[in-house]
Design a protein around this ligand. Structure first.
Ligand SMILES: [Cu+2]
Length: 538
């Protein structure tokens, strides 16, 4: 079918008054419309949900509908839809934009062609559709999806747009890990609410129904204002530091008390906060058994007293709740750590003064309540999935890693002094298909303005390995508050880069040429331009 005709058909199928239909009709030429294993429609739309006692909260959310495939492929019991697929499956997902502004979806962590990756150049206007069609090539793991329009990602995620994309495969199945109700995703987010239970975000009300002058014409829940237009000191500060909420939500719910049976669970932890880094630990200092990172299962479980989780990172834990007595209530907490901002500086008071729960502060995340009787469950496997060590000597630039300085200038974050440019990739940012490269992220800047902070560097389109970390002496003490919680042994798509730290990662560019993003996943940093393209050439 020619692309023009297909688009006409898609448009006539849309209930909305689409002004155009976008999306890669070209990409499904080979995988014909009838051949997808899973077909899901995701409508990004306005809604109101009960989050706190009292008034409902206006949110933006993905409403998901399974159009084809096994019922287990879609779970809509949470605010965020959960898509469950098996490696090798062909998925088709239709995004319908029923928001009052442009949007696009990025499949975080998935290895997909450039036009399936949700680059902001593919953002669709209100009323439009985008069809995703790709084969799931990733290993089993806890991936997720969220909006990625340029300059609006922080706001859209904050409003509630996110979902999980959980991949299974045969290697994972052979391990017989806890499944069903014992395989528990926990999506951690922080939000600020006003007295009417509405979300507060710099620049004004988020989720008001379009009325009068559109969404910006709604109630002003502004704490600082100006961020939308990037004007004004307040908006600039919000963009510089990120947005931190004082209410912690787990799967969209505050103050969770989660009943569990006295047996083994697989907990999938997602840091879906806009900018907050977490330092996760059990309240009674029980060690964490980590079995997976961003890109799936580790070689073998590793033990940590706490685990650092930067924005967009994931870990999976093996938790045996039978270690606690019946009726006990272990609490998953985030512990205090040093963000490198220093204390008492004017910058710190300016940047921390507007919220009660600063980045690096301690708080409870989720309380569990252990059931009465021990229940038989599986024992933790000693080996998970075999993983070859990173072959960094095979990198084409093994002798001279590419350097990416995380920089700040003119109240904007950047990378090597550059902001985002929609279609540009420099020579440094051009890589050859089929090669491996070493990239080094350096978080040395910002000190001039007292603006040192952790960043969370995400690379689209692939999974990488962390091969080396070093930290400058002046930041060693702060680093001591996080270093025992890093989990670098597995596949990663996002990596915490602490103040004064240099992190080397090994990337392999496979299968797809094209233009992909890399950026800080503190979404306010990303939106202000701490994002660049890299281009894979044949
Ligand atoms: Cu950042």
């Amino acid at each position: 079918m020619n692309p023009h005709r297909r688009n006409l058909l898609l448009r006539s199928a849309a209930a909305v008054a689409a002004t155009a239909v976008r999306g890669p009709a070209f990409a499904i030429g080979g995988a014909d419309a009838t051949s997808a294993d899973v077909h899901i429609e995701l409508s990004a739309e306005l809604d109101e949900v009960a989050i706190r006692p009292g008034a409902e909260t206006r949110v933006w959310r993905y409403r998901a509908k399974l159009l084809a495939g096994a019922p287990a492929a879609l779970d809509t019991s949470m605010l965020a839809p959960i898509i469950r697929v098996h490696r090798g499956q062909r998925v088709r997902i239709d995004l319908i934009n029923d928001l009052p502004e442009s949007t696009i979806i990025h499949w975080h962590g998935l290895h997909v062609p450039e036009d399936m990756d949700g680059h902001p150049r593919f953002a669709i206007a209100p009323g439009e559709r985008y069809r995703y069609a790709f084969t799931v090539r990733n290993r089993a793991g806890s991936y997720w999806f969220h909006p990625h329009p340029h300059g609006r990602t922080g706001r859209q995620v904050y409003a509630g747009l996110a979902g999980l994309f959980l991949v299974s495969d045969d290697d994972e199945a052979a391990l017989a890990l806890p499944s069903g109700a014992f395989d528990m995703p926990l999506v951690i987010q922080d939000r600020n609410f006003d007295q009417d239970n509405q979300l507060v975000y710099p620049g004004g009300a988020l989720a008001a129904a379009p009325q009068g002058g559109g969404m910006m014409g709604g109630r002003m829940g502004s704490m600082m204002g100006g961020m939308g237009g990037m004007g004004g000191m307040g908006g600039g500060m919000a963009s510089m530091k990120g947005v931190f909420g004082d209410t912690i939500l787990v799967n969209g719910v505050p103050n969770v008390l989660r009943p569990v049976e006295r047996r083994a669970y697989r907990l999938r932890l997602f840091n879906a906060c806009n900018s907050r880094t977490l330092k996760l630990a059990w309240s009674d200092n029980t060690a964490l058994q980590v079995i997976a990172s961003d890109g799936g299962l580790l070689d073998a479980p590793v033990r940590r007293d706490y685990v650092m989780l930067a924005p967009a990172e994931r870990v999976e834990l093996w938790v045996d709740f039978s270690r606690w007595p019946a009726g006990a209530g272990p609490v998953l907490e985030s512990h205090a750590f040093d963000t490198g901002m220093g204390t008492g500086s004017m910058m710190r008071s300016m940047m921390g003064g507007d919220n009660t729960l600063a980045n690096g502060a301690a708080f409870p995340v989720c309380q569990f309540k252990v059931g009465p009787a021990a229940v038989a469950g599986p024992a933790m496997p000693q080996r998970l999935t075999p993983m070859a060590p990173p072959q960094d000597r095979l990198a084409v630039n093994a002798a001279r890693p590419k350097v990416f300085e995380l920089t700040m200038g003119m109240m904007r974050w950047g990378i090597n002094g550059l902001g985002f440019d929609m279609l540009a990739a420099s020579e440094l940012e051009t890589v050859k298909l089929g090669t491996q490269e070493i990239w080094e992220f350096r978080n040395d800047s910002g000190a001039m303005m007292g603006m040192t902070m952790p960043h969370s560097m995400h690379i689209h389109g692939l999974q990488f390995r962390v091969i080396q970390r070093s930290v400058s002496g002046s930041h060693a003490r702060g680093y001591d508050t996080v270093k025992a919680g890093l989990v670098d042994g597995g596949w990663k798509d996002t990596v915490l880069v602490m103040p004064g730290e240099r992190v080397r990662v090994l990337l392999r560019f496979e299968d797809f040429t094209g233009l992909f993003l890399y950026h800080c996943h503190m979404l306010e940093h990303e939106d202000i331009g701490m994002m660049r393209n890299y281009r894979v050439v044949a």
